[in-house]
Design a protein around this ligand. Structure first.
Ligand SMILES: Nc1nc2c(ncn2[C@@H]2O[C@H](COP(=O)(O)OP(=O)(O)OP(=O)(O)O)[C@@H](O)[C@H]2O)c(=O)[nH]1
Ligand SMILES: [Mg+2]
Length: 440
């Protein structure tokens, strides 16, 4: 026992445990954001549990019929997992405690290339990603599918042993030739030569069997499993880095899952933010269109924008007072180049306004064209303001390295004012018709 190394490992595990716990508790998801992420979150929780129990998981992975289940049975010393000559015997992820070793769980998986569906192959790969150590099982030279799967795991940083099973089926010379090819070409830097282990989990051996006529004939019968090298190799790896393996892999796994979770969180927030911005814009446009121009003072229009900014801030978890929101609105206004209506028109292009003015019967006699022009400007400016505010808030209340002007300019450049005006126009028509019938 090396006391110091043990202590270091213990510390590494604790650190990992703390990091994963913080990750799980710090996700801060609304129930809606949780939807569709249940599986990821469950796996994350399982990872945490596994870390806490201090178990190391070893999973087999490989194409159908390579002897994955047979290998686990041979290691366990008993036929726990089903095996057979047909492809696709194992259909689920199955787990068994390796009691002879302690603190280790063996995980069986379906073949990567299962005929009855991509789903099982995907399940196997997911199980391998969660495991702390992978036994990648082949039974001869590698296929492209095998190589791709193995490289993907290694690229993700997964520790693995390459297990060359069914060694009994090859003459010594052929085995050497295959091994040579694997180490020099197929796997080059992906697997170290010392991490390749030969075994025969369920070898066939010739035996003289008495026939009915009294003669003896050679038949192939099952012999003793040859997995000693493999067992030894696994034990060495476990002794050397078992606990750290588990800790590091949990971190690795938690990292990829949290990335997915965060992506989804942002996707959902963004969608809600866009809806919010649009509603505020339509509201402002409608307010401008139905009110005589003189009555709608700047303050009223600003109030809608300030409210929208405050709601956006809440959505992105940024604390903002009403005063702060007003200041942000001002800043955005300046960033847009002193957002007078005329300025905005030049910024966004006058051409689009003609579409609105000449628009099919929205205004008519009832609503003067000027009101619609004004409404269009109000609505589009609101969208621009909302988008600028969103970018600032989603970015953790910061305009980024180039400052507000550049950030706002970029946003204005991406606005498609034609389609915006068209959308606003139909929204307005809907709103105005509803209000004419007193339905709004
Ligand atoms: N000759 C020989 N046959 C083996 C060896 N290991 C496994 N087999 C045979 O290969 C067949 C498949 O073995 P399994 O352990 O079921 O293979 P698997 O990879 O779990 O297969 P799936 O679950 O279908 O993906 C069985 O008939 C085994 O007896 C071996 O070392 N030598
Ligand atoms: Mg199997």
């Amino acid at each position: 026992m090396n006391g110091f190394a043990d202590l270091q490992r213990e510390l590494a595990c604790r650190r990992a445990r703390r990091a994963v716990t913080e990750l799980v508790t710090g996700l801060d998801l609304t129930p809606r954001e949780r939807q569709g992420l249940e599986a990821d979150l469950r796996e994350l929780q399982e990872t945490l549990d596994k870390l806490e129990r201090q178990v190391v998981q070893i999973a087999v992975l490989g194409l159908v019929g390579r002897g994955k289940s047979s290998i686990l049975n041979a290691l366990l010393g008993q036929a726990v997992f089903a095996t057979g000559p047909l492809h696709g015997v194992t259909q689920e992820r199955e787990l068994q405690t390796w009691s002879a070793v302690g603190g280790v769980e063996l995980v069986d998986t379906p073949g990567l290339d299962e005929v009855d569906g991509e789903a099982r192959g995907a399940l196997a790969e997911a199980a391998a990603r969660r495991a702390d150590l992978v036994l990648f099982v082949i039974a001869g030279d590698m296929t492209r599918r095998e190589r791709d799967a193995l490289v993907a795991l290694r690229q993700a940083g997964k520790p693995l042993l390459l297990v060359f099973n069914k060694a009994d089926r090859y003459a010594a010379r052929d085995r050497r030739e295959i091994l040579h090819k694997l180490t020099t070409e197929r796997l080059a830097s992906w697997v170290l030569p010392e991490d390749i282990v030969l075994c025969a989990a369920a070898p066939l051996v010739p035996q003289a069997v008495p026939q009915p006529d009294g003669s003896l004939e050679l038949e192939m019968v099952s012999g003793e499993p040859q997995v000693e090298d493999l067992r030894e190799k696994i034990l060495t790896v476990l002794a050397r880095e078992g606990k750290v393996l588990a800790a590091l892999n949990s971190l690795l796994f938690a990292d990829t899952v949290s990335e997915r979770v965060i992506q989804r969180k942002f996707f959902l927030r963004d969608r809600r933010a866009e809806g919010l911005i649009w509603n505020a814009a339509a509201l402002k446009a409608a307010a401008v269109a139905v009110n005589p121009i003189a009555v709608l003072d700047i303050a009223c229009a600003a109030a809608i924008d300030v409210t929208a900014i405050l709601t956006l801030a809440k959505l992105y978890g940024v604390t903002l007072s009403e005063r702060g929101a007003t200041e942000l609105l001002q800043q955005i206004g300046w960033g847009m180049g002193g957002i007078g209506a005329a300025d905005l028109l030049t910024t966004l292009g006058l051409g689009s306004l003609k579409t609105l003015l000449g628009g099919s019967g929205v205004g008519g006699a009832l609503y003067p064209a000027a009101a619609f022009a004004q409404a269009g400007i109000a609505g589009v400016s609101s969208v621009a303001i909302g988008k600028a505010a969103k970018s600032y808030l989603a970015n953790g209340a910061s305009w980024g390295p180039d400052g507000p002007r550049a950030a706002i300019r970029r946003i204005l450049d991406t606005l498609d004012q034609d389609s915006l005006l068209q959308r606003l126009q139909s929204e307005l028509r809907r709103k105005l018709e509803l209000s004419r019938f007193g339905l709004d």
